[in-house]
Design a protein around this ligand. Structure first.
Ligand code: B1M
Length: 212
């Protein structure tokens, strides 16, 4: 079994310590961090996602797998993030109200850091006010929202509507993403950008902030 396959297997079993050790071993052996991420960690998470969908595993198993994934990401972060010298802009990042999924959001944070953005991570289950207050406090350029549930996607619109009500909509670039989100939804709720993955999110955010 390859190192990445082993990583994926341990991740699915929620064995955080083993996942961390294997990520470190892969780094030490000079493996490309993107291969570790895609073929090891994300591949394990996708398999768990499929099993969850098919009722082969349940929330507790998914939860421990997610913890192992986040543990592996912590080890991988310095390799994924090669921060530039000058910050290119400031981003407030969070998962919207009612939504506890943070793996995609954490990847977005890492990639944005790698693109040279200064990050204010407001975590999960974030109220519309939390996005706006943090953006006002730090004088952010961009607000990045993540949602993984069809039931929490509308909360992205609440943030945009609240910005509008307060006369702040044009002050910030707004980007949305997450598995159920797409271009037409982004357009419908009045977001500036939808991006499908963390790497594209970082590239787009950097370009949008620089163009401003
Ligand atoms: Co949840 N869950 N979950 N879950 N969970 C999903 C999302 C689900 C699709 C599983 C399924 O049924 N197939 C389903 C949603 C169905 C729907 O809404 N239509 C679901 C459900 C139903 C639930 C619960 C309701 C289950 C329950 O309690 N009965 C519950 C809800 C809790 C809540 O949030 N209130 C729940 C709970 C959980 C756990 C806590 C157990 C755990 C989360 C732990 C954690 O995050 N710390 C969990 C997990 C892990 C998943 C799956 C298996 C994996 C999600 C993940 O981390 N993927 C997921 C199944 C799936 O997605 N296939 C599922 C890896 C991650 C890297 O991908 O977050 O999509 P993702 O991020 C991607 C892109 O989307 C993008 O970049 C990343 C890639 O580079 N991206 C952005 C993300 N945000 C972005 C923002 C951007 C740009 C790009 O710009 C700002």
């Amino acid at each position: 079994m390859s190192l990445t396959q082993e990583m994926s297997e341990f991740l699915q079993k929620g064995r955080a310590k083993n996942v961390k050790a294997l990520v470190q071993q892969a780094i030490d052996e000079g493996m490309d961090p993107k291969i570790i991420l895609n073929e090891g960690l994300l591949s394990g998470m996708m398999t768990i996602g499929e099993k969850f969908k098919n009722n082969e595993v349940f929330v507790p198993e998914v939860l421990v797998a997610a913890r192992a994934m986040n543990a592996g990401l912590t080890i991988l972060e310095p390799k994924l993030v090669e921060v530039g010298n000058e910050p290119v802009g400031k981003a407030v990042v969070g998962t919207v109200k009612g939504d506890l999924h943070d793996i995609g959001k954490n990847l977005v944070v890492m990639m944005l850091k790698g693109a040279g953005m200064e990050i204010y991570d407001i975590g999960v289950d974030a109220e519309p006010d939390a996005f706006i207050e943090k953006a006002e406090e730090v004088n952010a350029d961009i607000i990045c929202m993540s949602a993984l549930l069809t039931t929490t996607m509308p909360n992205m619109k609440n943030v945009i509507d609240t910005l509008q009500e307060r006369g702040l909509r044009d002050k910030y670039i707004v980007m949305v993403g997450g598995a159920p989100v797409n271009d037409s939804f982004a357009e419908q709720i009045g977001a500036d950008y939808y991006t499908p993955d963390a790497a594209t999110c970082a590239e787009t955010a950097k370009a949008a902030v620089t163009e401003r």
